[in-house]
Write a protein that binds this ligand. Structure first.
Ligand code: PEP
Ligand code: MG
Length: 889
């Protein structure tokens, strides 16, 4: 097994083996970009390290040494030399980028001899000792696990002693003292002297980087981002000749995006620090300058940077996120990777790159992550109303969108409060990768330090969470759980609002407004609509929902849950009366009133969706869901017995008796769906009549309405035929009454296992099918859809028993097999049969890909997921096209 690849040997495409960073460095070397020489230890070595109880393969070290010799030849420097020492960085890098989640060590190779040599060679003792103190600090933290605070304390004390504010003002003497104290800290931590020989340093560093693959933050990050073993298995390690951004005022280091990741503007965007090393920018310890200023300060390097960015984009056909270092005027690229952008940035760059003829429309669609588009449907501050609120501070707008919540100054508390449903704004001086769990549970992030490329900014943008950084006027004291701005104090738990688009912090809960769709977004949706094959419909049961879905591009309603209409405040009483009715006569009176209300609901929705099909599903939940639960009623009885009237007591007693009568041990598999339609046929009859009456009225108004009636929970053709006969009777009556033919398709849901297995029988009667994959998943797994996600499913996923939550992403092997079988059997009877999907999976990109392949006619999703579904459907079609082309070749 070849374990090490020099940068001129590696294949730039093999990210699995070399990691994203390693492959990028190899590729850049190949296209002759200025990359410092180096080599990569493969991810296979990391895998073998873990497979063999954390042992490094014996043959690795000789291979590494061979490559060090090659580095010596390339650079003219020598490992552990007392005249011209070779120093390296040791950088982690998995197949998929996990920014800041694993460890990196810089300036490795320094010791008392090499630091002296570096001093002589550069004639710059400050630089040499500054590099040395950085090395000991990073090595101590990463390899030995020393708490950063201990080093920070020494640094702060040294600055005080010398009377300076900036790290870069520390003189040689101070730095020497710092190094000695840092080494002492390490020694008391480990009980051994700080390692001197570069070989020993490198061996320890390699082990530490491999260990960081299984470190807590890396594990949490992979878990939250669904990075499974087939996507990235182990980290590679890149050993790269140091380029020094801290060699004086003609040296610098920076992080730049080739286009603005916040809005996609085609202009380089980023920050740099003069006389500094990479980790200063990323950690946010010094606030860097915007890269625009480099144009004046270092014009030659700036030009080189711009032209390199163009070259990279042309090569990768994707905006890049790069790290660079300028060492005494000489420009080096240390990393390139596809830029992580928010949804607005992705959309604009997709449209722009097509205009610039850099990519095709197909590629522009395929590069989007459909789930991310939800960000564009996010709220912003209502700026008019915001005038009445106090702006307490201003920072750097780092990730757009607005969020209101309570200020929380501690990561653990932010996690526990967020998990308990509180809207948390995490407020910190700066954030570090180990703080990431709190990002997931917070609605927004606010820091007092750092720039747009600091850790908080990068992570928040990736998650689409509003974020403000560098809010330096805010003094944060996390111990005292408060922040002060001038005389104002924000205590933990106080309501604040952050505007991540402008950088403003408000006290109180500022009202927000719904987002507008940009022209670029419309262009993308238009391209996707033209490309996709699957139809996209909405799950909507109100005229507003239908309106929104139509605005977002839904062509019809795939599921209108009629029970939601009974839940409205003006209806619930009526429906409860219906359930409580003592005689059929009484029930019919109530039904008449309800029929009128349902008819008007249907008319409104059908009008909004004019020209498109609207699938109306008859009542599904069990009747007792509309009554208060018996426990509540018993409590009420106790209260009333003490202070209520006789009449109230009697009424409650009757409801309680009915609730008890209807109660079921397992309601999800109980008296619901078509079973209600069979035992209370007057309810389904009323609903069917309401649809026919609505259709007749709309026909008279010349509105093109296409209602369809759908029956839930069907397991058996006899059930379906039973309801069909009610439908036939109502149809005949309505047609006679209105003197017209009324065409309304009659179909069934497929959400019961037996229904799927006998779909060829159901297809004889049904004019369409729609998969209810929520109930179907429940049935196939025997997992309660109500309880599983809150009980054992998270642990199943954590223990990798299941790769994904099957209620979110369709289980292709199990539920998917049943879907395929039901589709095939149904279409055998009726070849053109319309088959939709109306479970939650209809809005999930991975599931959409499956449904495309399974031959579904459409998917139906909630209004906010319509744009996601449109793009995912287009991607499914494009992926299929490219597989077919590959096969032909
Ligand atoms: C389903 O079961 O997938 C479905 C759409 O119906 P409901 O969620 O209303 O049970
Ligand atoms: Mg269902």
């Amino acid at each position: 097994m070849k374990m090490v690849y020099f940068f001129d040997e590696g294949d730039g495409k093999n990210k699995k083996l070399l990691g994203g960073k390693g492959a990028g460095l190899c590729e850049m070397t190949r296209i002759k970009l200025p990359v410092p020489p180096g080599f990569t230890i493969t991810t296979d070595v990391c895998k073998s390290y873990y497979q063999n109880g954390k042992t490094i393969p014996k043959s690795l070290w000789p291979e590494v040494k061979k490559n060090i010799t090659k580095l010596e030849r390339k650079t003219g420097k020598k490992w552990n030399s007392d005249t011209n020492p070779l120093l390296v960085s040791v950088r982690s890098g998995a197949a998929i980028s996990m920014p800041g989640m694993m460890d990196t060590i810089l300036n490795l190779g320094l010791n008392e001899d090499t630091v002296t040599a570096l001093t002589k060679k550069t004639d710059n003792p400050r630089f040499a000792w500054d590099s040395y103190r950085r090395f000991v600090q990073l090595f101590g933290k990463v390899v030995f696990g020393v708490d950063d605070k201990k080093f920070d304390h020494v640094l702060e004390e040294a600055k005080k002693k010398q009377g300076v504010h900036a790290d870069s003002d520390l003189n040689e003497q101070s730095l020497r003292e710092i190094v000695s104290q840092y080494k002492q800290i390490c020694q008391s931590h480990t009980g051994k002297p700080f390692p001197m020989h570069p070989d020993e340093q490198l061996q320890l560093a390699v082990r530490a980087v491999f260990n960081s693959w299984m470190g807590e933050r890396a594990l949490v990050y992979r878990d939250k981002n669904h990075i499974t073993k087939d996507i990235a298995d182990g980290t590679a390690i890149n050993i790269v000749t140091m380029a020094f951004g801290n060699m004086g005022n003609d040296s610098a280091t920076g992080v730049v995006f080739t286009r603005n990741p916040g809005d996609g503007t085609n202009k380089i965007f980023g920050e740099y620090l003069v006389n500094a090393q990479g980790e200063d920018v990323v950690a946010g310890v010094r606030t860097p300058k915007p890269v625009d200023e480099m144009q004046k300060e270092m014009p030659k390097s700036y030009q080189l940077l711009v032209s390199t960015c163009k070259k990279l984009e042309k090569h990768y056909k994707e905006p890049q996120d790069i790290e660079f270092t300028i060492e005494q005027g000489k420009f080096y690229l240390l990393q390139t990777r596809s830029a992580k952008m928010n949804a607005a940035g992705m959309i604009k760059t997709s449209v722009d790159m097509v205009k610039e003829k850099l990519v095709t429309k197909e590629r522009a669609l395929l590069r989007l992550q459909p789930d991310q588009l939800e960000q564009l449907l996010h709220k912003t501050i209502d700026y008019e109303q915001a005038k009445q609120y106090k702006k307490v501070a201003k920072g750097i707008a780092a990730s757009p969108g607005a969020a209101s919540g309570v200020a929380v100054f501690d990561v653990k508390r932010a996690v526990s409060m967020g998990e308990n449903g509180a809207k948390v704004i995490l407020v910190r001086e700066e954030t570090k990768p180990e703080d990431v769990p709190a990002f997931f549970t917070s609605v927004g992030i606010l820091t007092s330090r750092g720039g747009k490329t600091s850790h908080a900014a990068v992570v928040a943008r990736g998650m689409g969470k509003p974020c403000i950084v560098g809010c330096s006027e805010m003094k944060i004291n996390s111990e005292a759980k408060q922040a002060t701005v001038g005389s104002a104090v924000i205590h933990e738990g106080d309501a604040i609002t952050i505007d991540g688009s402008q950088g403003d912090v408000y006290s109180g809960q500022v009202p927000t407004i719904e987002p507008q769709m940009t022209n670029d977004f419309k262009t993308i949706l238009d391209w996707a609509q033209k490309e996709k094959k699957l139809g996209i419909r909405a799950n909507a049961d109100t005229p507003d929902g239908a309106q929104l879905a139509r605005k977002y591009g839904a062509h019809g309603i795939g599921l209108c849950r009629t029970e939601r209409m009974f839940n409205a405040t003006d209806r619930l009483g009526l429906f409860v009366d219906l359930i409580m009715a003592k005689s059929l006569e009484e029930r019919k009176q109530r039904l008449e009133k309800l029929q009128e209300l349902q008819k008007s609901d249907f008319i409104q929705i059908l009008k909004v969706m004019e020209g498109y099909k609207v699938t109306i599903r008859l009542l599904d939940p069990p009747l007792h869901e509309f009554l208060p639960n018996p426990e509540e009623l018993i409590n009420k009885m106790h209260r009333l017995e003490k202070q209520g009237s006789q009449q109230e007591i009697e009424e409650t007693r009757i409801i309680l008796a009915r609730a008890k009568e209807l109660a079921e041990i397992n309601p999800m598999m109980g008296h619901r769906g078509v079973r209600v339609g069979i035992t209370y046929p007057e309810i389904y009859e009323m609903q069917i009549r309401a649809v026919f009456e609505a259709a007749a009225e709309l026909a008279k108004q010349k509105v093109n309405a296409y209602p369809q009636i759908m029956i839930p929970q069907v397991s058996n053709i006899t059930e379906l035929n039973h309801i069909k006969s009610i439908y036939n009777k109502v149809k005949a009556e309505a047609e006679a009454k209105h003197h017209m033919k009324i065409r309304i398709n009659f179909g069934t849901m497929l959400e019961v296992v037996r229904g799927c297995l006998t779909s060829h029988e159901l297809a004889e009667t049904a004019e369409f099918f729609s998969f209810g994959t929520n109930d179907l998943t429940q049935a196939v797994f025997s997992f309660s859809r109500e309880d599983a996600e809150g009980k054992f499913l998270p642990e199943y996923i954590e223990k990798e028993i299941l790769e994904r939550n099957p209620f979110q992403t369709l289980d292709v092997n199990g539920v998917g097999s049943l879907v395929k079988l039901a589709v095939a059997n149904g279409r055998r009877i009726k070849p053109g049969l319309e088959i939709g999907v109306c479970g939650e999976h209809g809005g999930d990109p991975n599931s959409i890909k499956f449904f495309h392949g399974a031959g579904a006619s459409y998917v139906s999703a909630s209004p906010h997921r319509i744009p996601i579904a449109i793009v995912a459907a287009a991607q499914a079609k494009l992926a299929e096209k490219s597989t077919k082309t590959k096969k032909k070749k």
